[in-house]
Each structure stands twice: as structure tokens, then as C-alpha cells.
Design a protein around this ligand. Structure first.
Ligand code: NDP
Ligand code: 13P
Length: 341
């Protein structure tokens, strides 16, 4: 059941922000899409499409594109934030000046704030302590959602009212919204899987086989779960859509930007060249650096992260990832997802 009365805004006119705003508009919401670029706004107003990020995807008439933040958020029931993690704080800070104090805040961003190691929910809680907050994550390639492929996502919030509101705003026969109260786990899963999508893209470029791919994905899940549980997440979140589901899609699809960055590195391009030729956000590049530092600090065993870090940041040969995974010294090699105590 959709709620035609809802007023919503999405901040960030990239591919994910655009599809989420359009779903809400298709569901009868008064939906606004805020972007910073005037040129992009003109293009959308002229063509009815966001040609830079989602060419040929028609935007619904209920969707109002704008580059004025106050117009976007001023009387909204729910504000979704879909900018890269490095811009999240500054965009939110500006938007809060114009928002109703009761508006729900929902992050669509899958990354970690540089330096602070804050997830987006922590930034929202710090900056907007009175607002109900939620995060959305899951196997959600924007381009597939735009094609109308059947897709499921996860909304995580302590507020049941906001979970239901998000379900009403976004749920449809082609887009199913599941709920999970584990905000931290859902969000951390979405950020961590980007690292392993880079590894998987590299393996793809190097022509590695299906045994290798299965091993990589399964050990990735074990490694990211081990890290997340040490950070306070619920382990069960990692075998759901936001964990295993998102890992599968980004480790197997060339539509994933992180996979594409890995693929380019596997072909011999430098990280800088790979990111430049992508021209869109690949959060995993920064997430890798932050997770490596945090894992070192906490003494968490992360052979894939360590191997990828050496290849990407210290110009080591790609074979090093395989060496870390296959030959690394560990107290015991057990096929469990988590430490069994
Ligand atoms: N695309 C996908 O399939 C999915 C993406 N996500 C997550 O959503 C988040 C956004 O990704 P996505 O939409 O794909 O990214 P894109 O690279 O497609 O677009 C990023 C958007 O953010 C805007 N932006 C960047 N920096 C700023 C800033 N400082 N101030 C204002 N706007 C800014 C860009 O504006 P400009 O064009 O002017 O540079 C652009 O509109 C990421 O964390 C990503 O991991 C989550 C699920 C799926
Ligand atoms: O998170 C995503 C799909 O769920 C999108 O992944 P990329 O950012 O790698 O494109």
C-alpha cells in the first residue's frame, strides 16, 4: 500500500538517488530530486531523463528536479540522502537548515566517513539527534532497478514508524522492502562488500575459474562478517540480503562500479586510471584504506583486505592477494563464518 500523501526528497542526482526518487514518484509521492549541478538540472528539465547517470530512463511527472535545497526538503516527511560518503556530512548539514524537525532521515549511501570511521547513521545521529533515522542497503544495482528488474532491499531503523513509512514510499511489485532493526550491520555490510567486489573484478580480469570465484565470495563473506561482528553488528545480518545478497551482486556483475574498478586493475591499469575511466562513485577504494587501518588497530585477520591493499596502494603484484588467501599464516583454517568460542 503506497502513501500518496507523502512528501519526500532525495539528495543526490546520481544513479541510485534518481531511481529511488522515481520509484517514490511512481508510487504517488510528491517527490523531489536535488542535485548540485545546474547543467544536469537543465538536462533533466529539457529531456525528462537524467542522461548523465541513467540514459533512456524516463522520469515520472510527479518528480520535481531541483538544485535548490530548501525547495527540495522544506516540508518533507522523509529525506533520503544519496551522495557519496565523503560528501554526506556537508550535504546533510545544509539540508537540515530547511527541514522539518520531525522529518525522517534515510541514508542510501554505502561507505564510511574518512578519518572518523563513522557510518552514515552515526553522522545522522550526531547531526540530527531528534530526527528518526534509517538506512537502506541490499543488492540494488541502480541500472537494473531502472530496467524494472525484480529487486529487494532492506530498510534498517529502530523506528518502526519510519520503517513502515519507507516501505510505503518505495515498496512496489517490482521493488520489495524488507526490514531489519540492525542498522549498523546493514550499513556496514553495504560498505564492506565494495572492497570484495574490487577483488572479484580483478579475479574476473585475470580469467580465474568458478572454483576461485566461489572461494573468494565465501571467504569474503567470512572476512567481512568477522570484522563487522567485532565492530558490534549482528552476524545474522550478513547472511541476509544486505550481506550475502549484496556481496553476490557486486562480486558478479560488471554493472557494479567497484567490480569495474577491480577489473581495470586486473587488466593492468593503475588505481588512478581505473577510477578516472569509471567517472562515477566507487566507494570501495576509500573503504579499503579505512578498513585496513581499523583491522590493523583491532588485530582482525583480513587476508583479502591486506592483499588488495598491498596491490592497490603499494604497487605489489596481483598474485599477492592469492598468496595472502592461500598461504597466509593463521592459527587455524576453519570454514566457519565467525569465530566459534
Ligand atoms: N548506483 C548504485 O547502484 C547504488 C549506489 N549506492 C550508493 O549510493 C551512493 C551514491 O551513489 P550513486 O548515486 O550511485 O553515485 P553516482 O556516482 O551515480 O552519483 C553521485 C551523486 O552525488 C553527487 N555528489 C557528489 N559529491 C557531492 C557533493 N559534495 N555535494 C552534492 N552532491 C554531490 C554527484 O553530483 P555530480 O554529478 O554533480 O558530481 C552525483 O549526483 C554511494 O554511496 C553508493 O555506494 C547504493 C546502492 C546502489
Ligand atoms: O551497491 C551496489 C549494488 O547493491 C552498487 O554497487 P557499485 O557501487 O559497485 O556500483
Amino acid at each position: 500500500m503506497t502513501n500518496p500523501a507523502a512528501k519526500i526528497a532525495v539528495l543526490g542526482g546520481g544513479s541510485f538517488g534518481t531511481v529511488i526518487a522515481n520509484i517514490a514518484a511512481q508510487n504517488g509521492c510528491d517527490a523531489r530530486l536535488w542535485m548540485r549541478s545546474e547543467k544536469q538540472l537543465e538536462d533533466i528539465l529539457e529531456t525528462g531523463m537524467n542522461s548523465r547517470y541513467l540514459p533512456k530512463y524516463e522520469l515520472h511527472e510527479n518528480l520535481l528536479p531541483t538544485n535548490d535545497l530548501a525547495t527540495a526538503v522544506h516540508d518533507c516527511d522523509v529525506v533520503f540522502v544519496a551522495v557519496p560518503s565523503k560528501a554526506f556530512r556537508v550535504v546533510l548539514e545544509d539540508a537540515l537548515k530547511y527541514m522539518s524537525p520531525s522529518a525522517g532521515l534515510v541514508s542510501l549511501t554505502k561507505g564510511i566517513e574518512p578519518h572518523s570511521f563513522h557510518l552514515m547513521s552515526e553522522i545522522m545521529r550526531e547531526m540530527a539527534p531528534k530526527h528518526p533515522i534509517a538506512v537502506i542497503s541490499g543488492p540494488n544495482l541502480a541500472k537494473e532497478i531502472a530496467q524494472g528488474q525484480l529487486t529487494a532491499t532492506v530498510v534498517a531503523s529502530k523506528s518502526a514508524a519510519l520503517r513502515h513509512q519507507v516501505h510505503d514510499v518505495l515498496g512496489s511489485p517490482r521493488f520489495r522492502v524488507y526490514a531489519n532493526p540492525d542498522i549498523y550491520g546493514v550499513e556496514l555490510a553495504g560498505a564492506l562488500k565494495n572492497i570484495y567486489a574490487i577483488v572479484s573484478g580483478m579475479a574476473g580480469a585475470l580469467g580465474m575459474g568458478e572454483n576461485t570465484r566461489a572461494m573468494l565470495m565465501t571467504r569474503s563473506l567470512a572476512e567481512m562478517s568477522r570484522f563487522a561482528v567485532k565492530m558490534g553488528a549482528n552476524p545474522l545480518t550478513f547472511i541476509g540480503l544486505a550481506g550475502m545478497g549484496d556481496l553476490i551482486v557486486t562480486c558478479t556483475s560488471p554493472l557494479s562500479r567497484n567490480y569495474r574498478v577491480g577489473y581495470a586493475i586486473g587488466q593492468g591499469y593503475s588505481l588512478k586510471q581505473a577510477v578516472k575511466q569509471l567517472g562515477e562513485t566507487a566507494e570501495g577504494v576509500n573503504t579499503l584504506r579505512m578498513v585496513k587501518e581499523k583491522a590493523d588497530e583491532l588485530g582482525i585477520d583480513m587476508p583479502l583486505v591486506n592483499g588488495l591493499y598491498e596491490v592497490v596502494h603499494n604497487n605489489q603484484n596481483v598474485d599477492l592477494i592469492a598468496d595472502h588467501l592461500m598461504l597466509g599464516e593463521r592459527a587455524q583454517d576453519v570454514d566457519f563464518m565467525f569465530d566459534q568460542e
